[in-house]
Design a protein around this ligand. Structure first.
Ligand code: SAM
Ligand code: SF4
Ligand code: SF4
Length: 327
């Protein structure tokens, strides 16, 4: 118990953030977080939720993960110039081929023994519909009580099979609207019709709202002081999307890119879930979420980031130069 109390102090920032992440309007609009919706409308809601998370930790000795993004493959059917998951930078050597159901099950069984809850579990790619075992993975995730909400984003380039449609019942799907991009084949309207027919809950990303892409930040290694790095890692909105890619837990998609493609020093900011026992993993996760800041954030430079680029602008040159990107 003494150890748990000590860990609890270090986890203060994480426990507070859990509420603010789930209180984000995007998630509130997509999910059926009845308890959170109820709390978020009340003055004392934030404190109540924080205390609920604290009690859960004291009781179980395990952290909850607010949002966990599981990368089923880094391969994609498109090659967007400003992909915020840096997909065009992946190469034959660094790509993650579609994960098998057996691997997914092994990862989830291990992880779920070491965490209390995963509030939002997201399947992502590249393009997640490329993974042939996706229906089985979704069914497995749905069978786990510790996972509260399941979410998936697709670029609408692949028609879902009957098996996938069946699995998607109960999942919130976001369909990206890339209909303005010339020269790509989309099943946007067909997928929407199929989802309606099969009563699958979906939302459309920026349909008819003129939404845009921002350009990706520059990533390079220059010496920076702790305060700058701390400020960046605590304010960056991207740090909320923790990614599990190839058995490694990363802070965000940029972090995955830094490790797999750029081979930068990771300063122990990565949690490998496959190379340790459940007990060790539980403590590694507590340590990861207790960090006052993440040193790898020092690699990100946002000075040249600009907004208002057309969504999903394609980059055939990148594909040729780096041999990565589209399948
Ligand atoms: C990385 S994608 C992966 C899923 C799928 N391939 C797709 O594009 O829908 C996840 C989400 O990030 C969005 N996204 C990617 N790059 C972005 C950027 N530079 N600016 C804004 N949103 C971006 C996509 O539109 C999509 O909604
Ligand atoms: S569709 Fe575009 S934004 Fe989505 S993962 Fe592929 S390259 Fe990235
Ligand atoms: S590494 Fe840090 S600063 Fe860079 S995108 Fe991720 S959370 Fe933001």
């Amino acid at each position: 118990m003494f150890n748990r109390l000590k860990n609890l102090i270090n986890l203060k920032r994480h426990l507070k953030e859990t509420y603010s992440i789930l209180n984000c309007p995007l998630f509130l609009s997509i999910f059926d977080f009845n308890i959170i919706k109820f709390l978020s409308k009340r003055k004392c809601g934030k404190r109540l939720y924080y205390n609920k998370e604290r009690l859960s930790f004291l009781f179980t000795g395990k952290v909850s993960i607010p949002i966990l993004v599981y990368v089923v493959t880094t391969r994609c059917t498109l090659n967007c110039k400003y992909c915020n998951s840096f997909m065009p930078a992946f190469t034959k050597e660094t790509h993650l081929a579609p994960v098998s159901f057996e691997q997914f099950k092994e990862d989830m069984d291990k992880l779920l023994k070491s965490v209390d809850k995963i509030h939002v579990f997201q399947f992502i790619g590249g393009e997640p519909f490329l993974a042939k075992d996706l229906p089985k993975m979704i069914e497995y995730a749905k069978s786990k009580k510790q996972i509260e909400q399941i979410y998936l984003t697709t670029n609408a380039t692949i028609l879902p099979s009957q098996e996938l449609l069946k699995a998607l019942k109960g999942v919130s799907v976001e369909i990206s609207d890339y209909r303005h991009v010339r020269g790509i084949k989309l099943y946007y309207d067909e997928i929407k019709a199929l989802f309606k027919k099969n009563q699958i809950k979906y939302s459309v990303f920026q349909e008819e709202q003129g939404g845009t892409f921002y350009s990706t930040q520059d990533i390079y290694d220059v010496p920076q002081d702790d305060n700058t790095i701390k400020e960046r890692s605590l304010t960056c909105h991207l740090r909320k999307c923790h990614q599990l890619c190839d058995g490694k837990l990363y802070l965000c998609p940029a972090h995955t890119h830094m490790d797999r493609n750029l081979k930068l020093n990771m300063f122990d900011n990565v949690v490998d879930i496959r190379d340790c026992s459940t007990k060790v993993l539980t403590q590694r996760l507590i340590n990861f979420f207790s960090l006052p800041f993440y040193r790898i954030c020092g690699y990100c430079h946002f000075e040249n980031v600009k907004d208002n680029f057309p969504r999903a602008e394609q980059s055939p040159k990148t594909l040729k130069l780096r041999g990565g990107g589209a399948v």
